[in-house]
Design a protein around this ligand. Sequence first.
Ligand SMILES: [Zn+2]
Length: 430
Amino acid sequence: MTGWGGTGRIYYTDLSAGTSYWTDELPIRVAAGARGVNLSTPYGRIWAAEFINDYIAGAVYNLFAADQLYPVSYAQNYHFHLFVFDNRTRAEKSKGPKISTTLNTTMVQAELANLLPFATVTVSAKFSNVTDYPQLAAVVANATTKVKDPALSIPIVDARLVWNWLSSYSENHMTQFINATHTTTTYDIPGFLFAFQGNYTFAFTFKENIALREPPGSIAGVALGDMILVDQSNAILTAGNDPSTYNQPGKGMGFTRAAIHELGHMMGLNHPFIYDQTEDFTNSVMAYYPYSNTYSQFDKDTVLRGINDELLIIAQDALAAAANILSRPALFNNGLCWCSPILVGGRAVCSAGRSERFVLLGWARVWTHRARSGCSRWSSGGILFLQKEEVNCSCRIQPLSDMQAASPLGSCPDEMVLRQRTEIRLDQTH
Ligand SMILES: [Zn+2]
């Protein structure tokens, strides 16, 4: 092993270790020897610094400032709906595990609740025979091919057929199971999990595979934007029965870890080894090496960073929209003036002096009242990030509470009140 960490915000790399069966990283002295570099020379020290920098860059890009696979969608409530279909033969069902025991819904829910501490999380699972849904059963039967993954010598079910049938991007038959809602109040994420007969697994077949004479790679799961697909074959569900490998009769691998992993992708998490393979040793369900069922601290930070990005974008939009409405003299006379609505990383742009130490994050909706038409309504919602007023700041926005006092705005026919709901005060350090 050449690295470990992830339970906290710490990651270690052992430069003297390697190689391992998992990565082909060389110990630093072996690497230096391979290049003919003497580490005690001035050049050797620079070379070593660059060598170490490569590891640091990998850790930064994989863990500390990871990319997001999908944009993270903020919601107050996340509902994960898992549909588990049994496609095993009658004999396999009678000998193998009951389908309802192949997924630990409680564990999936606990992990996702850890990943999304700002929201309410529910996970539900429904277990059924695929034959209970004749149309789906026909699609799966059609997708069950005689093509084998040559690397593993196992036959494949073409995942693209199943996905096309289910997907909201395509035929959208997933509505037979769920009408997914995607709002900031409620966000539904469906998952379709299949227990296949024999040793069948899902695979994607791409034309490039054919052109390059590559095998269609079999997969245990995939996150596809609108859903996850996960599969385990009967052979995997009963893997413990094989005396030559696991030799734990009656046991096998179920859907739990794959579901947590793929749902992590749906929340924007990437694999932690896309820039450097060393971080595959991170204690994370998103890594392959450790067989961990939990999200790392880095995973949790990545989701929160994605949420923060999204809220800042919402704030920018809300401020830009409000600026269009508010940019009238009456409001400016009441003390409102605009700095750039572009806020980066939670810092207000007009943070010139040490005296401006606060940013107010207000959950606010705009109440518009049109006196002439008698029409009143709340805006569709948004979050305003407002800098606390400071006397000498030339580009300030009043706190929401002051805004409320600033209305109504005289003879202006379109009256506006900003009503504060809650606010969080963050110390801003300079
Ligand atoms: Zn993955």
